[in-house]
Design a protein around this ligand. Structure first.
Ligand code: 5GP
Ligand code: ZN
Length: 119
């Protein structure tokens, strides 16, 4: 069923606790944890607890949870004190632009200057 945990999904296993992660925030619908391969001083992933392959499919099926992901991304930025200097929220969508985990996730990046446009 849509949104159900997938046995072959890394981020579903982080939600269930089967794979450890450095969790920085949790809400009823989301988990935020540090990226294992950080690309900036702050690099946190915010994921919905439900499984959808990307942000657009999450938003189509569960708009409130998509909003929760964005709210939590802002809260992470405030917790990490990067909200005043600026930060970026990225949803890679598709393998052609580097999506490697097909469970919707927001990258929250900050703590250094970030090039625009991104590479
Ligand atoms: P994507 O490339 O799909 O947009 O982002 C997936 C992200 O997940 C990557 O930045 C990668 O470093 C991170 N990642 C992959 N495996 C793990 C893991 O086991 N634990 C954590 N915390 N992050 C992971
Ligand atoms: Zn999943």
């Amino acid at each position: 069923m849509a949104g159900e945990p997938q046995s072959d999904c890394l981020f579903c296993k982080i939600v269930s606790g089967d794979i450890p992660a450095t969790i920085v925030r949790e809400s009823e619908t989301t988990v935020a944890f540090r990226d294992i391969n950080p690309q900036a001083p702050t690099h946190v992933l915010v994921i919905p607890k439900v499984h959808y392959p990307d942000a657009a499919s999450l938003a189509a099926a569960e708009p409130q949870i998509a909003a929760d992901v964005l709210t939590e991304a802002g809260a992470v930025a405030a917790d990490e004190k990067i909200d005043s200097t600026g930060y970026r929220v990225i949803f890679n969508t598709g393998s052609g632009v580097g999506q490697t985990v097909f469970h919707a996730h927001a990258h929250v990046l900050g703590g250094r200057g970030l090039q625009w446009p991104p590479g």
